[in-house]
Design a protein around this ligand. Structure first.
Ligand code: ADP
Ligand code: ZN
Length: 652
């Protein structure tokens, strides 16, 4: 990135990278640091950064502070940390100081006068200082170009580290209205993130705050994946997905935002672009076989919103700076989870709701197999490379098959096990698990959970009992109760787990075992003949110490299941009768739900089911634990929306 990109409020004679090297002695930003710095310096000028301690959060405000004109105010609760940072900044030639009650009066006065004269690039203050009206008045006379709030979770009453002094920050921001605000923290669940944004007044519907999470949990990205029968089904899903993301639209009208559709070959990008144009979308193909000029034209038209959809091979993406991409849809799968995440990560850079849909058919898998066998020159690839490429693609297939939260899956894949959310609450798997799909509006959810837990525990104990002696197929045979030479050889026929799933097909049991693999509850030994074993997370689930949040593989007779679901759904559509005392509470809850749904761009049933609101109006829960007792209120929903509902009830 060069200085050609222009931000208001500062002049940079060299590139960010040169500045980073000369000023901070670092070679490169971590990608998320770069994203945060861009969000702070450019649009929207509001960011919330979540990264682990020691991850490098301070650079995301120190770097902007160093190049911005004016002063950056850093609010931090830890005086020792302030001293450290001030010392190392000063050593690098960045003028910095801190103000805390540990300083003697004269020293503090001297520092404050220097601050007023604009002598510091960074001033660290403890939140208690904001209680002094004199100090706040002084601040309002300084040129504050950025306010950074460290340990921002301290503002959250919903959190674990609440500090009342932090509540003053919201008023301070209102008074100073600084052009840029950055909040950072090492720990923030979705509920705490929301509370931080609310209390700091970060972001409006027009200019939402950018959330940058180290790793890959993009909170505004709704992930979904779907296995399709073939081209026809993929196209139907594509058209549906586009319409859901960009809105049903009249011919030729600009859509609200853009979309990128990825396909695996040049030919299919052209076919799909034709299809979309036929259907009235302003779309164009983009691939490496086009002339440089033609490609630039497409990229420019997309950037200037003259077209809404680009159908591309993976040649497209680098340098796409359109923030309002509402959907990234893969009609064919990319080569790996890394590639997928990079491509889907182009959606929703503006921080608003966006979706990523991955489609894959059996033919696509064969196609990918052939592609991995080919080297870049079209000749046969080095076998070792081909095997590696195939292994990477198989990981993507596991993602496709995932029966646990997709965000968590990706976090685990990238080794961020600690940061998994225990369900994001808005991917397709979480929505199904929380009973949010309209088909599942019924009381069978808890019965289904029990059934799921039972199957998962049975399968996990079978894996434990096999004691790394046998592969997945033999374990599936054990569960099915197959009395064969193989199962006898392993001694499976005399185990208590033998025949526990007699009524299930071997395909179904294999699908369940694969789902346990994808969930990280079992793993395979890295040996020539890999055998499954129980992981620590799997042991927790088996003991009942962690929930079995997973969707069971579909039954052999899906039709029957669907009709059952429908009749249940219609049964629950009976008119709701509430007495005079509960009716007003219900109305308030419903109004609150509508507001939350609108502000987050999700349908109301994602926030809470009608039935949940009825139960809530009757039971009037006061705590999260009580909330969790209600129908349809899973941990993900309670986490994301619980605080708001509790507030409405308390006020009612
Ligand atoms: P945090 O504030 O997230 O707890 P710090 O900002 O104190 O973490 O950074 C921790 C360490 O990581 C520091 O020693 C810093 O120099 C180093 N660091 C930060 N960013 C980078 C980077 N892009 N490349 C290499 N080291 C980095
Ligand atoms: Zn999820």
């Amino acid at each position: 990135m060069t200085a050609a990109r222009c931000y208001e409020g500062f002049v940079l004679p060299m590139s960010f990278e040169q500045e980073l090297r000369s000023r901070f002695g670092l070679d490169a930003f971590h990608p998320w640091q770069r994203e945060a710095v861009d969000a702070v310096l450019g649009e929207p000028g509001r960011a919330l950064v979540v990264a682990p301690t020691g991850g490098g959060k301070s650079l995301t405000y120190q770097f902007p502070a160093a190049i911005l004109e004016g002063t950056t105010l850093v609010i931090s609760p830890l005086v020792a940390l302030m001293e450290d940072q001030v010392r190392s900044l000063t050593a690098r030639g960045v003028a910095a100081t801190y103000l805390a009650s540990t300083l003697d009066r004269a020293d503090r006065d001297a520092r404050e006068s220097a601050m007023l004269r604009g002598e510091f690039k960074l001033v660290y203050v403890a939140p208690e200082r904001l209680g002094s009206d004199v100090f706040v008045r002084l601040l309002s006379r300084c040129r504050i170009s950025l306010v950074a709030i460290d340990e921002a979770h301290c503002i959250a009453q919903w959190g674990h580290d609440f500090r009342p002094d932090y509540l003053r920050i919201g008023a301070l921001l209102e008074r100073l209205s600084p052009p840029r605000v950055l909040a950072c923290t090492a720990t923030a669940t979705p509920a705490v993130r929301r509370e931080i944004k609310e209390r700091l007044g970060l972001g409006t519907p027009e200019a939402p705050c950018r959330e940058v999470l180290r790793g890959f949990a993009r909170p505004n990205l709704h992930l979904a994946a779907q296995t399709v029968d073939g081209k026809k089904e993929a196209r139907a899903a594509l058209l549906e997905g586009l319409e859901a993301a960009l809105g049903a639209r009249g011919r030729g009208q600009p859509a609200s935002g853009g979309a990128i559709v990825y396909a695996a070959t040049r030919k299919s990008t052209e076919d799909v672009a034709d299809l979309l144009t036929d259907r009235g979308w302003r779309a164009a193909a983009y691939h490496a076989g086009m002339s440089g000029e033609a490609r630039t034209r497409v990229a420019d038209r997309f950037a200037s919103r003259a077209i809404d959809v680009v159908v591309a091979t993976n040649a497209f993406g680098m340098g796409i700076d359109r923030p309002d991409i509402r959907a990234v849809i893969h009609v064919q799968p990319p080569a790996s989870i890394e590639a997928y995440y990079q491509e889907v990560g182009r959606a929703g850079r503006d921080g608003r709701e966006a979706s990523g849909l991955l489609l894959c058919s059996g033919a696509d898998i064969s196609l990918r197999r052939r592609l991995t066998e080919l080297g870049s020159d079209g000749a046969a690839a080095d076998p070792a490379l081909a095997a590696r490429a195939w292994g990477l693609f198989r990981e993507l297939l596991r993602y496709l098959d995932a029966r646990t939260c997709r965000h968590d899956f990706v976090l685990r894949y990238f080794g961020d096990e600690q940061e998994t959310l225990g369900g994001c609450g808005h991917c397709d798997v979480c929505l199904a698990l929380d009973g949010a799909s309209p088909e599942e509006v019924d009381g069978a959810a808890s019965a289904r959970d029990e059934e799921t837990t039972l199957f998962v525990k049975k399968a996990l104990s079978a894996v434990a009992r096999a004691q790394r002696r046998a592969g997945l197929v033999a374990i599936a045979d054990m569960l099915r109760g197959v009395d064969s030479e193989k199962t006898r050889k392993f001694g499976f026929t005399s185990l208590t787990t033998f025949g526990l799933m007699r009524e299930r097909s071997s395909d179904w049991i294999m699908a369940l075992l694969r789902a346990l693999l994808a969930a990280g509850w079992i793993d395979l030994t890295p040996t020539e003949h890999p055998v499954p074993f129980l992981t620590r997370a799997g042991a927790d689930v088996m003991k009942g110490a962690a929930p079995a949040r997973i969707i069971l593989p579909p039954d052999a007779a899906p039709k029957e299941r669907r009709s059952r679901a429908r009749s249940r759904a219609s049964a629950s559509r009976e008119p709701i009768s509430l007495d005079a005392a509960t009716q007003p509470v219900f109305e308030k809850l419903r109004a609150h739900r509508a507001e939350v749904a609108r502000s987050r761009g999700v349908p109301p049933y994602v926030v809470a089911l009608d039935r949940t609101l009825v139960e809530m109006a009757r039971a009037r829960p006061e705590t999260t634990d009580q909330l969790l007792m209600l129908h349809g209120m899973g941990p993900a929903r309670a986490e994301q929306y619980g605080a708001g509902f509790l507030r409405v009830i308390a006020d009612a």
